[in-house]
Design a protein around this ligand. Structure first.
Ligand code: FA5
Length: 343
């Protein structure tokens, strides 16, 4: 019996030593030390032995049990340590690896330019005003000294929705709306950026939908030189001191006198090319002194108040500032174009 126990111990220790799996090790513990294990089986024959033999068998069986248990505990400890090590290896984070690039959106170039212009005018004390894109004929034309049938309405071919409603052709109706809100009291100093729509044929510098930034200043003793000075500062800040700018007499029914401002072409730098239709210049804005009729219609005393107004084409500014060769680039959503202007 004692020999049998020693053999059991030897087999158990051999099996424990070659075991490399915690689950199997638990099964080995049950197999050798459990109630149905070989040691318990051997002990069943105790009852047939005399007292001395029983003592000896008890002693050896305890010794065998202890030895197997110690071997299993030791093995379990080393297998658990191995497991932890493996887990640590698999969860290792290399903090020195460069991060995977993420695609971040950014403000569209056109909005960047509009924001730059807004900042510039806010810096000069202007407030931002807003108006609807679907506008009444009344504000878009009539309040601007353009009654129905006025030939100058043809200057802006319109998208009419009903006889009285249209997509605004310029941001100038916001002038009328702002003046009415002021109820004849100056000063007024606003800019209004927004989309406008015209039935223009699309080409390199014209789009049927584009952005304008309207400006309106009303106060006492406002003169044409205030307008010229303001537009000069605007153009120099945006294009730099060296870019050539010209003021050209023009006509708008809502301003008198009226001017248009041109900047040397982005493509040919003034030489003349198809983009600027060989003129060497691209027109960026229309402006002038607010017509007395417009002041009167909006409830301002034209003997007390004067004002100037301007309407800047935002795409034209972006074209000239960034050397873009076609206005349609702003509206085709070509990511190769858009991504060049991420800030
Ligand atoms: C006007 O729209 C006037 N309301 C501007 C104004 C405001 C004059 C206040 C006086 C006082 P005009 O049609 O010229 O004017 O347009 C103004 C600017 O918008 C142009 O100088 C040009 O830069 C831009 N623009 C005009 N038509 C288009 C178009 N189809 N596509 C892109 N930009 C355009």
């Amino acid at each position: 019996m004692l020999e049998q126990l020693k053999l059991i111990k030897q087999n158990a220790i051999n099996e424990v030593e070659t075991c490399n799996d915690i689950k199997e090790l638990i099964e080995l513990r049950v197999k050798y030390l459990g109630k149905k294990g070989p040691i318990q089986e051997a002990m069943k024959s105790m009852k047939d032995l005399d007292i001395e033999e029983r003592k000896a068998l008890g002693l050896v069986s305890n010794e065998v049990k202890d030895a197997i248990s110690v071997a299993i505990d030791a093995k379990q400890g080393s297998l658990e340590a191995l497991e932890v090590e493996k887990k640590l290896q698999s969860e290792f984070i290399d903090v020195s690896l460069p991060a995977r690039g993420q695609n971040h959106g950014h403000t569209h170039l056109l909005n960047q330019v509009v924001e730059e212009i807004e900042d510039l005018f806010i810096g000069m004390g202007y407030d931002i005003a807003e108006g609807p894109e679907v506008e009444y004929d009344h504000y878009n034309f009539e309040m601007l000294n353009l009654p129905k049938g006025h030939p100058a309405r043809d200057m802006q071919d319109s998208f009419y929705i009903t006889e009285e409603l249209l997509l605004r052709t310029h941001t100038s109706p916001v002038q009328a709306r702002t003046m009415l809100k002021h109820e004849g009291k100056g000063p007024v100093k606003i800019i209004c950026p927004g989309k406008v729509y015209r039935r223009d044929d699309d080409d390199a510098t014209h789009s049927h939908q584009f952005m304008q930034i309207e400006g309106l200043v009303i106060g006492e003793n406002i003169t044409m030189s205030d307008l010229k000075g303001t537009l000069d500062v605007f153009a120099k800040k945006l294009f730099g001191e060296n870019r050539e700018i010209r003021f050209r007499p023009s006509f708008f029914p809502f301003t008198e006198p009226s001017v248009e401002v041109d900047v040397t072409c982005a493509k040919c730098k003034g030489e003349g090319c198809p983009m600027c239709k060989d003129s060497g210049y691209i027109e960026i804005l229309g402006a002038g002194m607010v017509h007395p009729n417009v002041l009167k219609m909006a409830g301002f005393d034209h003997n007390k108040y004067q004002g100037f107004a301007f309407g800047i084409g935002a795409e034209r500014i972006a074209i000239l500032k960034y050397g873009i060769d076609d206005i349609r680039q702003f509206y085709t959503n070509d990511m190769r174009f858009n991504k060049q202007f991420s800030k």
